[in-house]
Ligand binder design. Structure first.
Ligand code: GYE
Length: 332
């Protein structure tokens, strides 16, 4: 009798395991077969991207799409156009389709617990890519792959401290923040502030969001220039806003890189070109090439292997001279 029961249990378990392996078996019970797409052993990943706001984002999307292909992972890609509600919808739809793994780059940090709990209840693992969430419950995701944005902000501040080390004059700084509530905007601001506050000569006289876009960077910089005649430094949370601001500065008859020194983050090609041309003074690198590492993590997570809860991207910084050297071989 006992034997019969264990045989039955075993058979049941095997059937469950087989179902779980395939793309349709991400943990749901029954339902619309084939919705997950792909053949039985193909991993299906639902990926919710922030949008297409910057050169960084374009390079990141390309990296994710190309790496999925190379890894034989079927990618369901969704563009949220910088809106959290679109990302929540996309994630719900991935859950409904019972994909094997969900990866997403959260546009803002807060407000994810309900939908992440839905994924957890459906037993679909989640990998945070590029940006973090502020959930206290770390069981809601398997891993967070991306940069240390606080560190990036600190590097920007350290360059400034060094640049003005021989002067005691006030340094008037304007700041173009990234998307309000996003991890890179919060952390790049905090890291920078932490370093410069050690010296009272550094003053942030204006700080506003430019939404990580060129157009908004230009618009906000125009307003900054109108209300502040004496700007020494611009700190922009990404290259694109810095590039937009350069147009505003030139439009106001000033010389970017000289009259107003500029620090940005990302190091995408257009930013590096402006750095090499002397219009930007310093760039803190933030790598968008997260695709290969993401696919590795996804394979492990789907196979039930342990993965590190945090994977930090390696990054450097560029001066104008270093940009000239690096430009010819820059991938993005
Ligand atoms: O710096 C910016 C993009 O989240 C690191 O988002 C990313 C940031 C990047 O729009 O250009």
């Amino acid at each position: 009798m006992l034997r019969r029961i264990s045989a039955l249990v075993l058979a049941g378990l095997t059937a469950f395991a087989v179902a779980s392996c395939g793309s349709e078996g991400g943990g749901g019970t029954g339902g619309d077969a084939g919705a997950g797409g792909g053949t039985d052993d193909t991993i299906v990943m639902g990926f919710s991207q922030v949008g297409a706001e910057s050169g960084w984002r374009t390079a990141n999307t390309k990296s994710v799409q190309e790496s999925a292909k190379a890894a034989g992972i079927e990618l369901k890609f969704s563009d949220a156009q910088q809106k959290q509600e679109n990302q929540i919808k996309a994630i719900r739809s991935f859950i409904q389709q019972r994909v094997d793994v969900i990866a997403f780059s959260p546009v803002v940090e807060s407000g994810w617990d309900p939908v992440l709990n839905e994924a957890k209840n459906a037993k679909i693992p989640v990998i945070l890519t590029d940006r973090a969430v502020d959930s206290q419950d770390t069981s809601l995701y398997k891993s967070f792959l991306g940069s240390d944005f606080i560190e990036e902000g600190k590097k920007a501040g350290q360059w400034l401290v060094e640049e003005y080390k021989d002067s005691s004059d006030t340094v008037n700084i304007v700041e173009l923040q990234g998307t309000t509530g996003s991890a890179p905007a919060n952390d790049r601001k905090a890291g920078f502030a932490e370093v410069i506050q050690a010296d009272a000569k550094f003053k942030i006289i204006a700080s506003q969001t430019g939404d990580f876009t060129r157009a908004k960077g230009k618009e906000v910089m125009e307003a900054f220039l109108k209300s502040n005649p004496d700007i020494d430094v611009l700190y922009a949370h990404n290259d694109d806003m810095g590039l937009g601001a350069i147009e505003a500065i030139e439009g106001a008859g000033k010389v970017p890189g000289k009259d107003i020194k500029i620090i940005t983050v990302d190091a995408v090609k257009d930013g590096m070109q402006a750095l090499a041309d002397g219009k930007i003074n310093y760039i803190v690198e933030c790598s968008p090439l997260l695709g290969p590492q993401l696919m590795d993590l996804a394979k492990k997570v789907v196979a039930g292997e342990e993965v590190p809860t945090r994977v930090v991207t390696e990054e450097t910084t560029f001066t104008q001279e270093q940009a000239k050297e690096a430009l010819p071989s820059r991938q993005y």
